[in-house]
Design a protein around this ligand. Sequence first.
Ligand code: ZN
Length: 133
Amino acid sequence: MKIRKLDHIGVTVNSIDEAKTFWTDVLGLPFEGDETVADQKVRTGFFPVGQSEVELLESTDPDGPIAKYIEKKGQGIQHVAFQVEDIDQALAELKEKGVRLIDETPRRGAGGAKIAFLHPKSTHGILVELCER
Ligand code: ZN
């Protein structure tokens, strides 16, 4: 499997509109826009940083996975995403190596990317996302 770069860091927030000020006005990053991924019940906002991005995640539903995450752990870094050349091949390889996968097959993420999550039990506590764009 070939990792191209650190694609983005996923950060959970109560409100993108509120949190945005820190990333733009305080840190001076551009805001690339927001997108709602309806089946994940999440609204995402992207702030490019060099070759990578910060991805803010806001729940669009009190029962959504991000709402539940914030309820348990609060706002903060939720996942780290690596961009891979071929996500299907990467998942097959990781499965063969005994890595526990949350997504056995890729799902559709923001920006039309193919994404899949690895289980934190197999990564020493980090929720790792693979993405292919
Ligand atoms: Zn992500």
